[in-house]
Design a protein around this ligand. Sequence first.
Ligand code: NAP
Length: 285
Amino acid sequence: MPLACLASAMVSGNTRVAGVIGQPVRHSMSPAIHNAAYRELGLDWLYVAFEVAPRNLASALRSVTALGLGGLSVTMPHKDHVAILVDEPSEAVRALGACNTVVPLPDGGLAGHNTDGDGLLDSLRHDEIDVAGRRIVLLGAGGAGRSIAEAFGRSDAGELVVINRDIDKAVTAAKLASGIGRVGTTEDLADADIIVNATSVGMGSSGAFPFDPALLGPKQVVVDLIYEPLITPLLHAATERGCRTADGLGMLVFQAARQFRLFAGQEAPIATMLAAARSALQSSN
Ligand code: NAP
């Protein structure tokens, strides 16, 4: 039986509903990841995708309380606007001005969280990639890059060097990494312990590299946030040069795992969520 049928077979009058809002959102892998976790733990929960136009965002948020939803993930283009609309934004949401998770509060208000940057750090921890005292070079200062910079700023990493095409955005991201951030150039790559690609360069079938991979050395760890393709040209070249690598599925799953805990109040079944993400990715290709 297809997974979607299995999920709907479990729906009852008590089923709690959570979901993701975005536009477009039909391609989202979040339903596959969250529903797999509910099934694994036998929870009477269902996670769906809601296509929400910007003009309907405020009423969509009000429906969290009105309909008794268990929580909402928030994706493009709503993250910035939701950060303003929630009643209790977390420290990360306030710093970033971006919110990817909405959780109903007992008083009828809404809490806002951002699990993106911490999701990456959780995935590195899971892969036993230690960031303590390490020099991190972050390429990219868009939404993902900023959330990562903010999370590294709360970690025990030694230094965070931000490289970005638009220098003003690099300055903003470096400031978010409270005390350990600075703006750099590709010359900083040689001394990096961990290199994180948070640019969109290498997505799809472009075959493009965010920097010349000949600059990589074998002791370095290379992380690419892109998960389509899972093995980007950068990760392929990094492996050939003897680097340790991590793909974008880790961040995707661990940011969802944090949302799962916030919504359902239970530990997330990580292995199940990783397997669901991998399978959703394969069936989308
Ligand atoms: P975004 O806000 O649009 O930022 C895009 C970033 O890529 C900016 O830093 C931009 O630089 C840079 N960039 C784009 N084209 C470039 C080019 N030709 N040369 C150099 N730099 C270029 O996007 P985002 O949300 O941060 O996402 C960035 C990447 O992370 C995407 O590939 C996305 O799929 C991935 N991502 C993965 C996860 C995950 O869970 N694994 C989560 C979020 C995002 P400028 O500022 O100079 O334009």
